[in-house]
Design a protein around this ligand. Structure first.
Ligand code: NAD
Ligand code: UDX
Length: 480
């Protein structure tokens, strides 16, 4: 029986290994982590992450050929294939702070693999890493090994949160990069055989190591670039009376462009896009390519601009002040169908409103009060000025409350901000909400989820990103 061990039981390691276990009953899969609470949760009925369809997959395999454990060394020692799926956040201190990937967790995992191994292994980079990381990992592994052979593969993950299980069942492609040597080809074939249990062969792409590592950064940069492009257009639409939904629909009809990833929003969030583009920017700078670095940096700058523009629009529409006004924030996660709040635009929007002394009441169906308080009190990491972190003052924190549903959040509010496109927000009883709000009642739709015309008929003043503006909003232009 082939044994797989995955170091890192997070948003990627957990679902990916669960699907491998489901699709490959002949393979034993152990997912290990240094975090005791995370592993305890994976072994309970309350999994540590919310992901549609995940519970069923875990229930089917756990205890049969899928195991979650904190005994990292034992499972690594016994494995034939070791996936490394640890976090690779942006460095916040030292050389490259604000842009470079922090490989501390990766390096410590690699050193541990070298220390505990007693047999040959294939080590798979599942985490997103800078191009040529495999070279450094090889050095760590071979330097410490006692005649043990390690083959390093790059197998980046392309799943998106909220659709992880679907994405893993039917990936557009699986990418495997390896050394172009006989042992390298053999290792690539071994990993390919795992995926071939359910992924059609033509969807399993093999490349050299550096292409696989760089493809992951490139794919995320291209995806984020589409969102910043449509968001940049949304500002121009508001200024000219064009409608961004009509523009993006018509643009996406061009088969060379395609319809996906053209939804204008308050900005992209999530743990990957900003981090991976900053990493790409840093790599370009280190390789003497400042023009290329600047090009990709603009994708992040437009994203920051979009969030600032949204906050400015709210404040200017409400007579240039939200001081002591109650603003209901509906949705805090970075997208629907996840409880993940990493880099969610809601953090910046809430902090912007709190900066103008608003009182905010937040409701999200999957994010806990504890998580929201942690996100809003944590030092905001500023990629552009990493050394000047501003702590949140305790008085500001008192301005935040968390509600149990959308009706409680909006009661007596002056305005509503929709920041996550949860399906339940589309079917809210807005007549009831309007009745219970202060007047004039505002809706600022950061995801274009509500029917603005219907809400206007009820009496709301509605701002929808990139859509023609109400007379009220035209009379009070936002300055970005
Ligand atoms: P995560 O923070 O959810 O999980 C990482 C886990 O690794 C944590 O539970 C942590 O405790 C554990 N860990 C860290 N060091 C360890 C060590 N030395 N030994 C054992 N466990 C250790 O992160 P994630 O979202 O799963 O992302 C993992 C990687 O995958 C990142 O590089 C990320 O860029 C990439 N990725 C993420 C996504 C996504 O949607 N989240 C998608 C594709 C790729
Ligand atoms: C992303 C990549 O899609 C995935 O391939 C990679 O493996 C990890 O990073 P994820 O961050 O989980 O996945 O979600 P994604 O669906 O890409 O959304 C990212 C952000 O962009 C969200 O905040 C989402 O709301 C926003 N978005 C997405 C838009 O604003 N408009 C769009 O058209 C699409």
């Amino acid at each position: 029986m082939v044994k797989i061990c995955c170091i890192g039981a997070g948003y990627v390691g957990g679902p990916t290994m669960a699907v491998i276990a489901l699709k490959c009953p002949s393979i034993e899969v152990a997912v290990v982590d240094i975090s005791v609470p995370r592993i305890t949760a994976w072994n309970s009925d309350q999994l540590p992450i919310y992901e549609p369809g995940l519970d069923e997959v875990v229930k089917q395999c756990r205890g049969k050929n899928l195991f979650f454990s904190t005994d990292v060394e034992k499972h690594v020692r016994e494995a034939d294939i070791v996936f490394v799926s640890v976090n690779t956040p942006t460095k916040t201190r030292g050389l490259g702070a604000g842009k470079a990937a922090d490989l501390t967790y990766w390096e410590s995992a690699a050193r541990m693999i070298a220390d505990v191994s007693v047999s040959d292994k294939i080590v798979v980079e599942k985490s997103t890493v800078p191009v040529r990381t495999a070279e450094a990992i090889e050095k760590i592994l071979t330097h410490n090994s006692k005649g043990i052979k390690f083959q390093i593969l790059s197998n980046p993950e392309f799943l998106a949160e909220g659709t992880a299980i679907e994405d893993l069942y039917q990936p557009d492609r699986v990418l495997i990069g390896g050394r172009e040597t006989p042992d390298g080809f053999k290792a690539v074939k071994a990993l390919k055989d795992v995926y071939a249990h359910w992924v059609p062969e033509e969807r399993i792409l093999t490349t050299n190591l550096w292409s696989a590592e760089l493809t992951k950064l490139a794919a995320n940069a291209f995806l984020a670039q589409r969102i910043s492009s449509v968001n940049a257009m949304s500002a121009l639409c508001e200024a000219t009376g064009a409608n961004v939904s009509e523009v993006s629909y018509a643009v996406g009809k061009d088969s060379r462009i395609g319809p996906k990833f053209l939804n204008s929003s308050v900005g992209f969030g999530g743990s990957c896009f900003q981090k991976d583009i900053l990493n790409l920017v840093y790599i370009c700078e280190c390789n003497g390519l400042p023009e290329v670095a600047e090009y990709w940096k603009q994708v992040i700058k437009i994203n920051d601009y979009q969030k600032t523009r949204f906050v400015n629009r709210i404040v200017s529409s409400m007579f240039n002040t939200v001081s002591n006004k109650k603003i209901a924030v509906l949705g805090f996660a970075f997208k629907k169908d996840t409880g993940d709040t990493r880099e969610t635009p809601a953090i910046d929007v809430c902090k912007g409103l709190l900066g103008d002394k608003a009182r905010i009441s937040i409701y999200d169906p999957q994010v806990t009060e504890e998580q929201i308080q942690r996100d809003l009190t944590m030092n905001k990491f500023d990629w552009d000025h990493p050394l000047h972190l501003q702590p949140m003052s305790p008085t500001t924190v008192k301005q935040v409350s968390v509600a149990w549903d959308a009706y409680a959040a909006t009661k007596d509010a002056h305005g509503i901000c929709l920041l996550t496109e949860w399906d339940e927000f589309k079917t809210l009883d807005f007549e009831r909400i309007f009745e219970n709000m202060q007047k004039p009642a505002f809706v600022f739709d950061g995801r274009n989820v509500v029917d603005a015309e219907k809400l206007r008929k009820i009496g709301f003043i509605v701002y929808s990103i990139g859509k023609p503006l109400d007379q009220w909003l035209k009379d009070m232009p936002a300055l970005a």
